[in-house]
Structure formats: structure tokens, C-alpha cells
Design a binder for this molecule. Structure first.
Ligand SMILES: [Zn+2]
Length: 60
């Protein structure tokens, strides 16, 4: 599948420089719906795994 970039969406949705894990997940979830310039879906899996690790550490 060819990579395409939704420039208009990126103009409106800038990733904050020091985005939290939660903000990144939100951004990539939205990104995957609107744009195809990078592999957000596999990136999301990694971010969600990181979030799970973080929560496990906080609780345990
Ligand atoms: Zn994009």
C-alpha cells in the first residue's frame, strides 16, 4: 500500500513536543484514521505495550 500524507490533518494536529504516552496514543489513534504517512498501527501497539508496563510498575 502506498504511503500518502494528509497534510491538512497534520497542520491541525501537531504532536506536542513533550507529549505524554497517553497523548501520543491519542494522537496516533486519530492519525491512523486520517492519514497514512507512517505506520501508526504498529506504532500504537508499541505505545500501548509501554503504557501497560508503566501501569504495572505503578501498581506493583
Ligand atoms: Zn500522517
Amino acid at each position: 500500500m502506498a504511503r500518502t500524507i494528509n497534510k491538512a490533518w497534520h497542520e491541525k494536529h501537531r504532536m506536542p513536543k513533550n507529549a505524554s504516552l497517553e497523548e501520543k496514543i491519542e494522537w496516533h489513534t486519530d492519525h491512523a484514521k486520517h492519514c497514512n504517512c507512517r505506520d501508526s498501527k504498529s506504532h500504537l501497539l508499541k505505545l500501548k505495550a509501554l503504557l501497560r508496563n508503566k501501569e504495572t510498575r505503578q501498581n506493583g
